[in-house]
Design a binder for this molecule. Structure first.
Ligand SMILES: Cc1cc2nc3c(=O)[nH]c(=O)nc-3n(C[C@H](O)[C@H](O)[C@H](O)COP(=O)(O)OP(=O)(O)OC[C@H]3O[C@@H](n4cnc5c(N)ncnc54)[C@H](O)[C@@H]3O)c2cc1C
Length: 382
């Protein structure tokens, strides 16, 4: 196992200080390791996740070579040539487990933002004290965007949130964590070959969730009542002005509709499994109200906004992969983790084999099936 940094590198280096997992502790299980502490419904801090992954490395006895950066993987007659900063390796098979979120995805028009405005990505952001005083424009309203918008607003800065397509979820539903419902109802186990539109499912943004001891719901309604201003999706920069789309009504109603459908699925499962009486009665969160008039532009040179935080998602980095298996959008071509080159495999990508594939608790089931294929390949060459 080659790791360019330390064990749990992404949790140590690429997350902000206040972040907690959005999956509850009982769900943050790794092969052979289950949460046994006093707060199964709580959410781990980054320090706690790092310790968990370190413990797994130790108890599993995994042969991890830290500080080993893979700079190239090339196909050879009998397998692959792997080049690293610590020498070369030849192997018959390679599993790409380098993560789905190696780089923040920032739109190209960020280059047209005036220099007087600071720009940050979630990889550079640690805490509000880093930012100059004054207004902040947070771009993107998925898990990262809503969490940073709330934190920056609490620090006393006026916050504007640019909202595109998003996934709205209540933190708890009928007395249970919403991710408990995803697990129990089987939604998370839905397989990649049963999903109607796989490309769309793989590109879905992360749900608007935050892990707090109070189990708070952090949707757009919560942010609006805090005083965060909503604007539409940021479409372009023209003459130093940010231009936002006017389609907030559609974006809000689509997210509300999808949330209601998902809650319907949970209710249906509760009834058909005979467990309905165990839970509080069904409820529906109030729809997201559309602001009377959302601003369509913002003068970036006016001093109103001093910092832009790009919470516009992440993408994988395959710069080091010299095998032609990456598509024009920068995504790996694979069938359930079996990459389009003999002996090459992947794990930890969105809906790799199941809807839960990118969550820590989802990788184990995928790994079992992918490794079964790999073992057969090593045995038979097919
Ligand atoms: C902001 C954020 C919040 C998240 N919250 C949750 C959550 O609450 N619950 C949850 O279950 N999941 C969460 N996730 C998803 C989480 O990242 C995955 O569950 C988990 O980290 C995936 O593990 P992984 O090992 O596949 O990828 P990663 O954790 O990304 O690990 C990949 C490793 O590969 C190393 N690497 C990359 N390229 C190279 C190279 N060329 N050479 C050598 N090493 C390399 C990296 O240094 C890194 O350590 C979150 C993700 C993000 C970005």
């Amino acid at each position: 196992m080659l790791e360019r940094g330390e064990v749990a590198n992404s949790w140590r280096r690429e997350r902000w200080d206040s972040l907690r997992l959005l999956t509850p502790n009982w769900q943050s299980r790794l092969p052979g390791l289950r949460y046994e502490g006093p707060d199964p419904d709580g959410y781990m801090t980054m320090q706690e996740v790092t310790e968990l992954v370190e413990r797994l490395a130790k108890v599993s006895g995994a042969p991890v070579r830290t500080g080993t950066n893979v700079t190239s993987v090339r196909r050879a007659d009998d397998g692959y040539h792997v080049a690293t900063n610590r020498g070369k390796i030849r192997c018959r098979a390679v599993v790409i487990a380098s993560g789905a979120c190696n780089q923040p995805a920032v739109p190209a028009f960020s280059g047209a933002v005036p220099e007087s405005v600071e720009q940050l990505t979630p990889f550079g952001y640690r805490h509000p004290g880093q930012l100059p005083d004054g207004g902040v424009l947070v771009v993107g309203a998925s898990a990262t965007g809503v969490q940073l918008a709330a934190e920056l607003h609490r620090s006393g800065r006026p916050v504007t949130l640019s909202v595109g397509e998003h996934v709205r979820l209540p933190r708890t539903y009928r007395g249970r964590d919403v991710l408990w419902w995803m697990d129990a109802s089987g939604v998370w186990d839905q397989r990649y070959d049963e999903v109607e539109d796989l490309t769309r499912a793989r590109g879905l943004p992360s749900p608007q969730l935050v892990g707090t001891p109070e189990r708070t719901t952090l949707d757009l309604n919560a942010l609006t009542s805090m005083g965060v201003e909503m604007v539409g999706r940021w479409a372009a920069v023209r003459d130093g002005r940010a231009l936002f789309s006017g389609g907030l009504r559609n974006v809000f109603s689509l997210a509300d509709l999808k949330m209601r459908r998902l809650l319907d699925t949970f209710d249906e499962w509760a009834l058909t499994s005979g467990r309905d009486a165990e839970f509080e009665p069904p409820e529906r969160p109030v729809p997201t109200p559309v602001p009377q008039a959302s601003r369509l532009q913002l003068d970036l040179g006016s001093g109103e906004v001093r910092t832009i935080v790009w919470a516009t998602g992440f993408r994988p980095d395959y710069e080091w992969l010299d095998v032609p298996v990456v598509d024009a959008k920068g995504q790996l071509r694979h069938e359930g983790g079996v990459v389009d080159s003999p002996g090459l495999y992947a794990l930890g990508l969105p809906v790799l084999r199941r809807r839960k594939s990118t969550f820590m608790c989802g990788i184990e089931d995928d790994a079992r099936e992918v490794i079964e294929h790999l073992a057969q390949y090593l045995d038979t060459g097919r």
